[in-house]
Design a protein around this ligand. Structure first.
Ligand code: ADP
Ligand code: MG
Length: 434
């Protein structure tokens, strides 16, 4: 009876959205834009989803009390919004501010506008005569769904990325958010954050709690939100919420998909509780890392949030929709930088983090799949195996590529921009395939 996304043949309405999507016209814009999109995008999406009975509330004005509809939009922006670029993949770049240790450095990136970032190659010297040409040869421009500037805070990043995923998760679809980038580029700040500036993991749960309260008023039931927090380090899975330090097995359940045996699952009730859990978990991660700094940069931390949405439409029996949102603070990308030769397929070198490498290969394959029905090598690593039901297919993905503008990070920053640029290809696949 439960309707996890992967079982459904529905494609999140991408075929519907395809028609209305016009390349480049989408602005990552305001929430009002996202809400407006609703009448086109998410309702057709939801409407065509055979398991999603509740969508009439969001979608069908003729059967919805107008007042109720309006208040719902005010109270539940996340529920009525959709990924603004009309695809299942959102690729963003976040430029962190210079920190005290690199404050005096020259900067090699510049944010042109909310979609374009420019990177200057400090190694290419000016040509003597033609400054204009020289400048052009020294700079590269990359366009993304959204570029966040050093002044943008975690809340802004959250509102314009992960928040768009909640609607789908509540309808039983899986989704994943990755923070990618070299060590020190701001991944953990983005995902976990601090007490004064909570990160995406915390903000997501805060929103889910709010939505859940609202759901009680409407349906008399709360969502059940459970979280687990694990680390993949050296291809071993460790439970960051358990005091017992042991490696956990990953197995494939024919119905549930990838399952981590014995992982601690906490029923989450408040955001302060979550903040404590995350910081506690992240300390577990760091403790393991005291031997060498490089250790922590090679660990992936994954917060999996499972939302069970039980609702009873009048005259029908209760439906349970189970959606899973995976929020991933990836290992540092510095060792996975073997993306230089066109970046089609990464080759494994001695020091390359296997899970990060496999993730890159899966992303490449998903991007190419549109044309060739390419095999996606989920099985190549622990991380990709565990995210098999949350990446590609009907799932939505947000990639937040974190970069530093400091000249000392030039190579890494350029590699990250190239990697993120390739991740944009996944869109092609989604709109064509379904
Ligand atoms: P990573 O997890 O990618 O290795 P961190 O998130 O730990 O990097 O960031 C490195 C340092 O920079 C930390 O001290 C962090 O607090 C700080 N930092 C990163 N991004 C930002 C930001 N957007 N605003 C303020 N400080 C940041
Ligand atoms: Mg980190």
């Amino acid at each position: 009876g439960s309707s996890n996304s992967m079982g459904s043949s529905n494609s999140m309405g991408s075929s519907n959205r395809k028609g209305s999507s016009s390349k480049g016209s989408s602005s990552m814009g305001s929430s009002s834009k996202a809400i407006n999109n609703n009448s086109k995008g998410s309702n057709s999406t939801a409407g065509s989803n055979s398991t999603a009975g509740s969508n009439s509330t969001a979608g069908n004005n003729s059967t919805t009390n107008k007042q109720q509809h309006q208040s719902q939009q005010q109270l539940q922006p996340a529920l009525t919004s959709n990924i603004p670029n009309q695809s299942n993949m959102l690729v963003c770049v976040r430029v962190r501010p210079l920190m005290s240790h690199d404050r005096t450095q020259k900067e090699v990136t510049r944010v042109l506008d909310s979609r374009v970032v420019i990177i200057l190659d400090p190694n290419k010297v000016h040509e003597k005569d033609d400054i204009l040409r020289a400048n052009r040869s020294r700079e590269k421009r990359y366009a993304f769904d959204r570029v966040f500037q050093p002044g943008d805070d975690n809340n802004k990043v959250y509102q314009n990325t992960t928040r768009y995923l909640l609607a789908g998760v509540l309808e039983g679809y899986n989704a994943t958010v990755f923070a990618y980038g070299n060590t020190g580029a701001g991944k953990t700040h983005t995902m976990i954050g601090s007490v004064t500036e909570p990160g995406i993991m915390v903000l997501t749960l805060q929103d889910l709690f709010k939505l859940s309260e609202n759901h009680v008023q409407k349906h008399g039931t709360k969502f059940r939100v459970t979280v687990s927090f694990i680390e993949v380090y050296n291809e071993n899975i460790r439970d960051l919420l358990s005091e017992v330090d042991e490696f956990l097995d990953l197995r494939e359940d024919p119905i549930k998909g990838p399952v981590i045996s014995g992982v601690t699952e906490v029923v989450a009730n408040s955001s302060s509780e979550i903040m404590d859990l995350l910081h506690h978990g992240n300390r577990n991660r760091t403790q393991q890392a005291t031997a060498a700094n490089a250790v922590s940069s090679r660990s992936h931390a994954v917060l999996q949030v499972v939302v069970e949405n039980r609702e009873k439409a009048e005259g029908t029996s209760a439906k349970i929709k189970i959606g899973k949102l995976s929020l991933v603070d990836l290992a540092g990308s510095e060792r996975a930088a073997a993306t230089k030769n066109k970046g089609i397929r990464l080759t494994e070198g001695a020091n390359i983090n296997r899970s990060l490498l496999a993730l890159g290969n899966c992303i490449n394959a998903l991007g190419e799949k549109a044309n060739r029905g390419q095999f996606v090598p989920y099985r190549d690593s622990k991380l990709t195996r565990m995210l098999k039901d949350s990446l590609g297919g009907n799932c939505r993905t947000v990639m937040i590529a974190n970069i530093s503008s400091a000249v000392s990070n030039f190579e890494e920053t350029l590699n990250t921009l190239k990697y993120a640029n390739r991740a944009k290809n996944i869109k092609t696949r989604v709109t064509r395939n379904e």
